[in-house]
Write a protein that binds this ligand. Structure first.
Ligand code: GLA
Length: 729
């Protein structure tokens, strides 16, 4: 039984593959956390709940002196009656000014399958692959029911959690904070590390590790999107945990806006690990009869270090998150026009580029920014999604057909959430952007943000885009978003609802994407936000790939892609070979290395093909045919990170097929070393009993490849790379 309930003790055991999570309904009425870790048979775990009198641990009314919520591991903690740690839920009753919430167990039910969440992206799974527990807790005085959802998966050590607040009382309430998940570890974890992903534009998702210490450690976004700066992901890793060993608990939020991810180590060294909507600048008014749905949190347990955690996230997201019909389909090798032409193109040039692309084996040509309005620089026309006839005189449909005629598919760039002050849309509807009446409007990249909390706003943009997609043969859309949210106010909402705007914006975006997927399931969407500024599971639900970073330099990408892979599958990371010297960091790397690094993700090119030498063109052909051969392995196999660019002068990773019969190992040496030592690269994830051919040149047994490794080449140049393809004999 994936979910067991023992009525005599009130204990739930939730079993996913290789993982158990246990909770108990306490006599006092609270839902307590008992256990999360490797599989555990059902057994008494009461000793995990501390019952003892303690100074400065008050006792809620009706409870004995040896019981305090402050000492108890709780599943959805509230504030005001004896727990002083960070609550998961804060509600204000404006009729009284009270902020007390007292949640007691009401009922529960267990059902097969995985319910969707109203208006929000969430994991999905068939009835035979998943089981869901609903626990209802109630605050009698407020008339508020909190329904906690827990889904376990047959095939992955993961748990999906969310909360629905259902208001059955008689006066409106203000939700100040409603997290998706809160886990109180039952025993001290002082020697754990807090692992998270932080950075900035063109250096997203660098791995940061710091030891847990008393008090709170957190990352968050207050930028309206999940952001380049932080990611709604973190892990608690047993200190000394490596890529392959040690206990690791991973947390990820299926959401694309303001989030908080925090861990508080209490006075006894026990972590409270939380993730959810950021309470910063948030208040949601809930009227009687209404409900509020939190986003979904994904919790993953690994007994096999960070690598095990990543492989579980990857499998879950590939099989149970991404809704796109392209999730398990071939991703066309594309050429994106941005770094090749920027704003300087016309129809004839584009058709020529498409013809050159076809020659080399490229399957899709993507026309990036600059094709609409009168846009020759990033300073106008966002919001006016009509073709610029000066550049493309016969219109998009004609252009797309001509490009198809050259033998490649056609894709197009949009930035649907923005408006330029210099645009017809803005001149007609100056109140359609986020702004505060009577105050100046902050611009970023000379643009303002459309108020997606309003239906009519995103529906107008949808209308404009849909007209084009219905007419022209467009099979790919790059969905960009190039600034963060300021003056978060909506002209359409009353004053008391203005702190709902950040969340309503994200809900509007999701509603538009839902409609898009329904009408255009044949269109592959690639997400982008100044590169990787909105790389989160919320977006991955709608789009199977995201432009990982505006940084296309192969060496800078090592860290970005390594960090991203902590939570997100390789198939989601769009990666392109670009020209040298690189446009972001001015570095010159070998063409082959640029291919090695880009081949790991959703593969493509972003350069002026005319600048390539004949030798480079040959290499392009080789890379594309290699990608075709490797794509099934790369996009469905298990990733093993072998050498980290964060800690050494090289990066190495390998992808192993699920049956362990095939593997591709990639190695990039960063700087050349004088007189280098002889080094071996031990592999992972192979079958020790099997014999593997290596690049069809030699062969060796799996155990030797893992225990000793592959001999690394003596490298005389900077930025060189090698790949080895292993096949079981
Ligand atoms: C953003 C994207 C780029 C490109 C430009 C176009 O920066 O991340 O890939 O599309 O916008 O303006």
């Amino acid at each position: 039984m994936p979910i067991e309930f023992h009525p005599e003790s009130g204990v739930f055991f939730l079993h996913s593959a290789h993982m158990t999570y246990a909770m108990r309904i306490h006599e006092f009425g609270c839902l307590c956390h008992l256990y999360w870790g490797p599989p555990l048979r059902s057994q008494p775990l009461d000793f995990l709940l501390p019952i003892r009198p303690r100074a400065f641990s008050p006792n809620p009314a009706g409870a004995p002196q040896d019981f305090s919520l402050n000492d108890f591991p709780l599943e959805y903690p509230v504030y005001g009656n004896s727990d002083f740690r960070s609550p998961a839920l804060e509600v204000r009753d404006p009729s009284e000014g009270s902020r007390i919430v007292d949640l007691r167990y009401l009922s529960h039910s267990i059902e097969p399958g995985k319910p969707g969440l109203q208006g929000l992206p969430a994991t999905f799974a068939a009835n035979e692959d998943s089981t869901t527990l609903r626990v209802r807790l109630r605050d009698q005085k407020l008339g508020l029911t909190v329904e906690l959802l827990y889904t376990v998966f047959q095939d992955t050590p993961a748990l999906a959690r969310s909360a629905t607040l259902i208001h059955e009382g008689s006066t409106p309430l203000e939700i100040k904070k409603a997290l998706s998940s809160s886990v109180d570890f039952s025993s001290a974890c002082e020697n754990f590390d807090f692992v998270h992903l932080s950075g900035n534009w063109i250096r997203e998702r660098n791995i940061s590790v710091s030891p847990l210490h008393p008090g709170t450690q957190s990352v968050e976004s207050r930028r309206g999107t999940s952001s380049h700066q932080h990611n709604p992901f973190y892990a608690l890793a047993e200190s000394g945990a490596s890529e392959e060993h040690g206990r690791v608990f991973g947390f990820n939020l299926v959401y694309s806006g303001n989030f908080i991810a925090a861990v508080e180590l209490d006075e006894d060294g026990r972590p409270r690990a939380q993730i959810g909507l950021n309470p910063f600048d948030f208040t949601w008014r809930l009227s009687p009869g209404e409900s509020f749905q939190t986003p979904e949190a994904i919790l993953v347990f690994s007994n096999e270090g960070l690598g095990g955690m990543s492989r579980s996230f990857h499998r879950l997201y590939r099989d149970h998150l991404c809704r796109s019909t392209f999730q398990h389909r071939h991703r066309p090798v594309l050429l994106n026009s941005w770094e090749g032409t920027y704003f300087d193109f016309d129809a004839e040039k584009l058709v020529r580029i498409a013809a050159d692309a076809k020659e080399l084996g490229i399957e899709l040509f993507v026309l990036d920014d600059g094709w609409f309005g009168h846009r020759n620089a990033a300073d106008c026309s966002l919001g006016d999604w009509t073709v610029d006839r000066r550049k493309i005189p016969k219109g998009l449909t004609d252009l797309a057909r001509r490009i198809n005629g050259e033998g490649v598919e056609f894709g197009l760039w949009f930035e649907p959430e923005m408006v330029s002050p210099d645009s017809d849309l803005y001149r007609q509807h100056p109140d359609w952007c986020l702004h505060v009446a009577g105050r100046p409007r902050t611009e970023g990249r000379a643009q303002l943000i459309l108020d997606y909390s309003r239906h009519e706003v995103w529906e107008e943009i949808y209308r404009q885009i849909a007209v084009l997609l219905r007419e022209a043969p467009i099979t790919y859309v790059k969905w960009d978003m190039n600034r963060h949210l300021t003056e978060l106010s909506s002209a359409a909402l009353p004053p008391e609802r203005q702190q709902e705007v950040a969340h309503r914006y994200v809900l509007g975006l999701y509603a538009m994407l839902d409609r898009f997927l329904e009408e255009f399931p044949h269109v592959l969407i690639e997400g982008c936000s100044g590169g990787g500024g909105r790389y989160d599971p919320g977006m991955l639900y709608y789009m199977p790939q995201i432009w990982t970073s505006d940084n296309s330099d192969a060496i800078a990408r090592l860290k970005i892609q390594f960090g991203t892979s902590l939570a997100y599958p390789l198939s989601t990371m769009a990666a392109h070979v670009s020209i040298v010297p690189n446009h972001q960091v001015n570095r010159t790397t070998p063409f082959r290395t640029r291919g090695t690094v880009a081949l790991t993700g959703a593969f493509g090119y972003e350069l002026d093909l005319q600048l390539l030498t004949e030798e480079e063109k040959l290499e392009v052909r080789r890379q594309i045919s290699f990608f075709h051969e490797m794509e099934p392995l790369l996009h469905s196999g298990d990733l093993y990170r072998l050498l980290s660019p964060f800690t050494g002068n090289a990066a190495a990773w390998m992808v192993v097929s699920r049956d362990r019969k095939e593997a591709l190992v990639s190695y990039v040496n960063i700087l050349a070393e004088p007189n280098p030592a002889t080094r071996f690269l031990p592999l992972r994830g192979l079958d020790p009993e099997l014999h593997y051919s290596i690049n069809n040149e030699t062969h060796r047994p799996g155990d030797g490849l893992m225990q000793i490794g592959l001999p690394l080449p003596f490298i005389m140049d900077d930025f060189t790379s090698s790949q080895w393809l292993l096949r079981a004999l």
